[in-house]
Write a protein that binds this ligand. Sequence first.
Ligand code: PLP
Length: 405
Amino acid sequence: MGDARCPVEAVPEALQAAREAGLWPVKAALFHDLDGLRGRISALQAAFPDDTLHAVAIKANPVIEVLRTIVATGAGLEAASWEEVQCAVAAGCPADRIVFDSPAKTDDELRQSLALGVWINADNDQELERLQALGAPGNARVGLRVNPQLGEGSIAMTSTVGRKSKFGVPLQRAPELLKRFPFLSGLHVHTGSQGVGLALLEQAALAVAEVVEAHGLEWIDIGGGIPVRYRDDAPMPPTFAAWAKAVASIPSHIKVLTEVGRSVHAPTGWALSEVVCTKQIDGRETLVIHLGADLLLRRVYRAEQWDHEFVLLNPDGTPKQGPERPSQIAGPLCFSGDLLALDRPLPGAEPGDLLMIRDTGAYTLSMWSRHCSRGLPPSIGYERDGARLLHAGEQPEQVVDFWSL
Ligand SMILES: Cc1ncc(COP(=O)(O)O)c(C=O)c1O
């Protein structure tokens, strides 16, 4: 199960379920296939030894109802901020399944994390000194983030084991720090997010596992980073089983933690917007929708690295047919560059049609931008039993609240 992209054929049924639940129509929404999400997590769990802790990265999708769905599978949650630790707690995640990573933790956050009993991955010497001063007990689940400095993947901005990465300490410094801070019980490495292949993920995990074993540590956190494909013509991404096999030489007495986000979430979500208007701009067919750089920040600013597929649908969710012409897809924000696509072949669009953006389950709503103050779109979950609201989104008065004193 390396790939599980939401089929376009599933849209009419999901829309019907949303309509029956009173959640559709709205001008734009995010849809989440909750059974698909459970399926991705169970494929991950089946691939690794039973005692592996899979802490799903909250930053990929922090909607609490989504986190609850993850926690109910037995998986844990990885928090990139103290606020995300609070989200994990609010979703009912037991402390021993919460992993707190961040290069910028305050003393107060560290104190509370120690009291709560979550896993803590320290980022640097100074954080270790502060943990020591706070009296990190020998049995605390405290690890150190290390960087084996093996090189970058194809996207520099989301690569984290290159020489210039801001995260952690070079792996070669681990022996010295393990000696100085005997409360450390594990090491953490995260290779990158998208753009990193199985070979780099494997090399990074195994280089760190060697040090874990040599120093008699109890656990290794091998991070996330399993890529997904955003287009049907992109190469198939590695399966969770292939990843587990690649790191299977980690000795079985060492507990493994993982922190995947994108690969469980992205393929199980999609976004839908009504087409607001169409126009010809410089001879190009242009359709304007309700979602733009506010939802797909990376797509708009780094289009060559972050792709998505766009499908034009009829109002009932079936694919629109007709001769295709190169079309430009424009978002609603007040700058000319708010374009999701420049030259996509699409059948002629009309106001009231729907535009589907595929694979939006990860790093979309969580990266929402406030430019132009448009309200968050609602998140709708669907599963065998029907559809339900996961997040209501925002009405204008809530946006005013957000900006108010
Ligand atoms: C420390 C850490 N762990 C896990 C992840 C999740 O990565 P992905 O969503 O690519 O699996 C990230 C993403 O940036 C991260 O920074």
